[in-house]
Design a protein around this ligand. Structure first.
Ligand code: AMP
Length: 588
């Protein structure tokens, strides 16, 4: 397909104001897409080059992009930078300059969707000396053939800043409408908030099929292709595979123990909530693979985990869900998450690191065992199998400590035990619930003693003044609109950070180093950054406020911790959750 058609659809969707209108435009477009193009199109629609489970990165900083624009359009780097400063948007800069230039030169060739995605993909394989020049050349090659509007979207895609407004909700519904819409005869009125399918039950079945397929594959591009080529039967036949990471199930927050019971039912399982990081451990054809909660593969960073999972878990194939907790090898005391976070990043001296900062694996769920998917089986049955197949050895691999109870005081006692042991709190889990990858369905809830908190992404910041002038010191926070995928502002935080590296915690210096490469726009002291860094923010109360686009603001926000390793901007707190928290806090 010509890239131009995709660009026209971007514009069309962007100009639509209502969710249903956007869904309709997208579904019509998907309907007309060839099977050979559909995967590229669905990725590009989300501003992606690779599905989110694939950890290849294009590794393109804004400096490199300004160079590419300068090269292809025949300007100096300085001229491009000046324009960028003036307009604040490199996409627009490229579009304007392309318009001027294209008046004198001719188009060389038409760009196809696959040209665009494959050039950008090629960049991820380039490393080392000369790679910058080759990346610049790949972008410049696209820009040379691009029309002005195409150029704008190419640059935005390269910078991961597409902003067309298609989130998971819209995409899922558009796939249903495109490929199964005729079956359920959807009545669509753009003025309405929701649609009325002729048969609501069948319609919901299709929505569920698309959603479950997405939870397993973690990639709407693959889901759309299967829906188009094989229909619902293809989607429902999908199964987990050991060796292929699957989204982890997420948990909701309960206010206290009584509320936790109310939400998951009695009796339920109560487990220690360990303060480490999530590990999804696979065994597939004799090999152990370790993934983080963001599904990045970290097997080579954890040789000791590979060893003891191999020798202490029975079965030819399996997928374990677990929490890895660091402990001090001398005192044998458990350590907070921060002290072992470096093990995830470090790719050298891993043997040494595993001796200095060893981890214990606390297994709490089993998704797959000996070629059988277990996610539809009740939690208690999965736990039973775990008890049979894991040979527990403390400080190597153990099962999460658990009691099954229907009694408030027994649960309270267990909660106190968890806190005394230095754990974060407890998890309450419904004994009969299935495992729903990727969703926060409330089959499990957590109880923690800390104030309420939200996981938010940083979208902007401000340079400090005086002795803090080299640092970014105030951070703009956003939650997520799950329909459009947009990040909507909900406040600012400047407390909870440390000035000196010698103090425990996250320093302004660290924050500045993390955010500086993500800056996309700078005006005076204020910068806008790519939404990558996720933080857990505690607060006293949520208030209604016109100051932020979400319509809410946080009272006394404070950094609880950096979530960089564990949480991707795709699964931060949603506006819906904020609204729910706002209303529960009022009814209390
Ligand atoms: P939170 O990160 O506060 O949303 O809490 C959920 C996280 O707690 C999970 O993603 C796990 O990484 C971690 N966790 C620790 N212990 C358990 C447990 N027993 N069951 C489930 N999750 C646990």
């Amino acid at each position: 397909m010509d890239y131009k058609r995709l660009v026209d659809t971007y514009e069309h969707i962007q100009s639509a104001t209502k969710r249903l209108e956007k869904t309709k435009i997208l579904s019509e477009f998907l309907k007309q897409t060839d099977p050979t193009d559909i995967e590229s199109i669905v990725l590009l629609m989300q501003g992606k080059i690779f599905p989110s489970w694939d950890d290849r990165k294009t590794g393109v900083a804004t400096r490199l992009v300004t160079k590419a624009i300068a090269k292809s359009l025949g300007y100096t780097d300085a001229a491009i930078e000046a324009e960028w400063k003036r307009t604040g948007d490199l996409g627009v800069v490229t579009e304007n300059l392309t318009t001027q230039k294209k008046q004198v030169t001719l188009f060389s060739k038409k760009l196809s969707v696959n040209n665009v995605i494959s050039n950008i993909r090629k960049m991820s394989a380039l490393e080392g000396p000369g790679s910058i020049d080759r990346k610049v050349a790949l972008i410049a090659e696209l820009l040379t053939s691009a029309s002005p509007d195409e150029a704008r979207y190419i640059i935005r895609t390269v910078l991961e800043e597409l902003r067309v407004g298609i989130g998971e909700g819209i995409l899922r519904d558009a796939i249903v409408w495109a490929f199964f819409g005729d079956d359920v005869k959807i009545q669509y009125d753009p003025a309405e908030k929701s649609i009325e399918p002729e048969n609501r039950e069948v319609y919901n079945k299709y929505v569920d099929a698309v959603q479950s397929a997405y939870d397993i594959l973690n990639d709407f591009a693959a889901v759309a292709k299967i829906a188009k080529e094989q229909g619902v039967a293809g989607l429902t036949a999908l199964d987990l595979q050991s060796g292929k990471p699957v989204k982890v199930m997420l948990f909701q927050k309960a206010i206290n123990i009584a509320n936790a019971f109310e939400r998951v039912g009695r009796p339920c399982a109560v487990e220690f909530k360990y303060d480490g990081f999530r590990m999804q451990i696979h065994k597939s054809v004799g090999k152990i693979l370790v993934f983080t909660r963001r599904l990045e593969e970290v097997t080579s960073q954890f040789p000791e985990v590979v060893e003891f999972v191999k020798s202490h878990v029975a079965g030819d194939s399996f997928i374990l869900d677990a929490e890895a907790v660091g402990f001090d090898p001398k005192s044998r005391k458990y350590l907070p998450f921060q002290s072992i976070s470096q093990r995830i990043k470090r790719k050298y001296d891993v043997e040494q690191m595993s001796k200095e900062f060893p981890v214990e694996v606390n297994v709490f769920d089993l998704l797959y065992h000996d070629n059988k998917t277990l996610i539809k089986r009740p939690f208690k049955a999965r736990r039973e199998i775990l008890e049979r197949i894991v040979t527990q050895v403390p400080q190597k691999i153990v099962l999460a400590r658990q009691v099954v109870t229907d009694n408030d005081s027994a649960a309270e006692q267990f909660y106190q035990d968890a806190l005394k042991a230095g754990e974060e709190g407890v998890m309450f889990k419904n004994l009969d619930a299935e495992y729903r990858p990727g969703s926060r369905v409330g089959f499990g809830v957590k109880v923690k003693p800390t104030m309420q908190s939200l996981d938010l992404v940083i979208v902007g910041a401000e340079w400090g003044e005086g002795k803090r002038s080299g640092w970014l010191t105030s951070f703009v926070l956003a939650c997520k609109d799950s329909d459009t995928g947009a990040f909507i502002e909900i406040g600012r935080v400047g407390t909870g950070f440390k000035e000196l590296a010698s103090e425990d915690g996250v320093t302004f210096d660290e924050m500045t180093n993390l955010l500086k490469p993500l800056i996309v726009e700078e005006k005076g002291r204020v910068v806008r950054v790519k939404p990558h860094i996720v933080v857990e923010i505690s607060y006293e109360e949520i208030q209604k406020s016109p100051s932020y686009s979400s319509g809410y603001a946080l009272r006394f926000p404070r950094l609880a911790r950096l979530r960089e390793m564990e949480r991707s901007p795709e699964d931060i707190s949603t506006l819906e959750e904020v609204e729910n928290l706002y209303s529960t806090q009022r009814s209390r």
